[in-house]
Design a protein around this ligand. Structure first.
Ligand SMILES: [Ca+2]
Length: 622
């Protein structure tokens, strides 16, 4: 998704969908977008997030001038302000002003609570621009009422809309938006402003947990988040929620569905009841926008799900977004290698290669070639070890499982030795590098990662950079077929393989082995997240995508995932989620067989059987 998504005209195919919806389902405004400010107590529950998501994902309907935060009781303003940013981030929107409002209710119908939000509403109401401004409140009406009291002439320039209040016209007792600032509601009702009133009770867009699990979970990071709010909202055991705030934004977007009627605005009693014997100017009342998620058809919910699904970035935009998240450049990095002489071993030759990388460090690597390789250009693989390994382990003459003590380590670990050199014996040119923080680079991985974070780097971004340097180097070697280069790695090397191949389209194949790959969200919910070092934790990534979306975006690149069923670094449910997300993209690309999952019984280990499966995959696809 680009940074300017909201201001980009929809592509032709989407335009056609909007036109069809407009002509046949709704009489939606297609020509003039609605200029809107949304005033919200976004962090107080879940309804505001649904409303914001819908508005942010409806650029064909709304031109959002800004979003203002309001309190929903003492000490809540900042939480609500931050939640607005959260939803904007997940919707992939940017460039929308977010403004803090009042942190307390009005003292009386005559005294405004001055705030940046009230001033912002007044300022935007005076801005030149086509069409009238709608200011929609989905929380206590403090900011709206304060703008009116600060500048009464605003009523000539703005249509106010407000979701709250008890059922019209004869409901009993208040509801929270009304109760938390009754004076503000009275200002809206008694000052003669143009008002669209969306009362509670009459209007019900209902959502339940089963439907949200079915329709929102897993469709995009935003869908996951909205479902999480449904599943965990304030500890309530309720299965069903009226999403009043979404009803309000839907009533503005699709007025023909809201059964508007006109009635004189009443005085509101202290208990929230309406005094229809004491009335003021006419207002529009939304009298019946009702839809359940289980009714058929459910056009509003269907539209909502579709838009939340489209909030997931796809294809090339995923790669661009991932580059931003990892803070790496989308273009390939350069490399200036220093090559040593080749040494002969049984069945392969080994040559040392080093190159300068960031922070004045050098990457040490070995390149292994089949003995008697001849003049033919070879397919090449970058090979990466886990945290207990290094380039020495990867390129030993001995191939097989045995104890290994890497430089700087004390305890031996049982590991697969010499698998990069064995791949060379099998016909591949391999480059085995010691990744940052391992072996002969000093075992300081986690501390290096933490230092990188506060310098503005991400740990994965640095690993990615170095592995891409290796790719640049290999692609320039005269004995390598630059169109046939892949990357594989075990454990720590698996997760660095995962991100590097997702970032760099030059790789022909990707093969993360036991790499903590599957679903980040599921890993932190049901897995053993303490197992992974700092390198695994990519800041803000779940705002953009989970790992399944990253693999889906690479279809139809041949992809091999080794995921033992009891691997502590990747719960089987998480791996299944990745496959469920990626397989449709591979099917659509006409190459479902190119997504290969090797899921043997067993724990986190690189076995001889796994190596043979990897070779089978490489022989077929590289
Ligand atoms: Ca609200």
């Amino acid at each position: 998704m680009t940074a300017f998504r909201l201001f980009k005209p929809p592509p032709a195919s989407k335009k056609a969908i909007f036109l069809l919806l407009g002509l046949f389902a709704y009489a939606s405004p297609l020509c003039a977008r609605i200029r809107i400010i949304i005033d919200t107590d976004a962090g107080c529950g879940l309804a505001d997030q649904f409303a914001l998501a819908y508005a942010l994902l409806s650029p064909e309907i709304f031109q959002i001038e800004g979003i203002t935060a309001v309190h929903d009781g003492p000490g809540t303003l900042e939480r609500n302000f931050l939640e607005i940013h959260q939803v904007i981030g997940m919707a992939g929107a940017s460039g929308i002003p977010v403004v803090r409002g009042a942190d307390r209710p009005l003292n009386s119908v005559k005294e405004p609570v001055d705030s940046p939000a009230a001033r912002f509403i007044i300022e935007r109401s005076k801005a030149a621009g086509a069409g009238e401004l709608v200011v929609l409140g989905t929380g206590p009406a403090t900011n709206l009422a304060s703008a009116i009291l600060l500048d009464p002439s605003i009523k000539n320039r703005v249509t106010f809309a407000w979701a709250g209040g008890t059922k019209w016209p004869d409901g009993k007792g208040g509801e929270p938006n009304s109760r938390l600032d009754l004076a503000a509601q009275r200002v809206l009702f008694t000052t003669g402003v143009k008002l669209k009133f969306i009362p509670c009770g009459n209007n019900r867009l209902v959502q339940n947990r089963a439907a949200s699990a079915r329709n929102l979970r897993g469709i995009s990071p935003l869908g996951d988040y909205l479902h999480l709010l449904m599943a965990a909202n304030r500890g309530t055991s309720r299965e069903e929620f009226d999403i009043l705030d979404l009803t309000a934004i839907a009533a503005i977007a699709h007025p023909e569905l809201a059964h508007w009627l006109t009635a004189p605005a009443p005085w509101v009693f202290d208990d929230g009841d309406y005094d229809t014997g004491c009335t003021y100017w006419p207002m529009d009342v939304a009298a019946g926008l009702v839809e359940s998620p289980d009714s058929a058809p459910a056009p509003l919910w269907d539209e909502f799900y579709r838009k939340v699904r489209e909030a997931a970035p796809a294809g090339e935009s995923v790669r661009e977004e991932l580059c931003r998240v990892l803070n790496v450049h989308p273009n390939p990095p350069d490399v200036q290698p220093v090559e040593g002489p080749p040494e002969k071993f049984s069945g392969f030759t080994r040559q040392e290669v080093t190159w300068p990388t960031i922070f004045g460090e050098y990457v040490p690597a070995y390149v292994c070639k089949p003995a008697n390789a001849g003049a033919k250009k070879l397919p090449a693989m970058i090979c990466l070890s886990g945290t207990s390994g290094d380039r020495i382990l990867l390129t030993s003459e001995f191939y097989g499982i045995a104890d290994y003590v890497s430089i700087g380590q004390k305890e031996p670990h049982e590991m697969l030795h010499g698998w990069a050199s064995e791949l060379a014996r099998r016909g591949y040119l391999t480059l085995a590098m010691t990744q940052r923080g391992l072996g002969d680079r000093g075992r300081t991985g986690d501390n290096q990662s933490k230092a990188a974070l506060i310098r503005g780097f991400t740990s994965q971004g640095i690993h990615t950079h170095e592995i891409r340097q290796a790719l640049t180097y290999l692609s320039r070697r005269p004995d390598v077929d630059s169109q046939r280069i892949g990357c594989t790695g075990m454990s720590f090397g698996g997760i660095t393989t995962f991100y590097t191949t997702a970032v760099d389209p030059r790789f022909k194949v990707a093969a993360p082995l036991c790499g903590g790959v599957g679903s980040l969200r599921q890993m932190i919910e049901i897995g053993t997240p303490g197992y992974h070092g700092v390198y695994w934790w990519v800041p803000r990534i779940l705002l953009h995508f989970d790992q399944g979306e990253l693999v889906a975006a690479q279809a139809p690149r041949p992809y091999f995932i080794a995921a033992p069923l009891d691997d502590i670094g990747m719960p089987r449910e998480a791996v299944q989620e990745l496959l469920d997300k990626a397989l449709p993209a591979y099917r659509q690309a006409g190459r479902p067989e190119a997504l290969v999952a090797y899921r043997p019984p067993g724990e986190h280990a690189f076995t001889l059987e796994m190596f043979e499966e990897l070779v089978k995959f490489l022989d077929k696809y590289l």
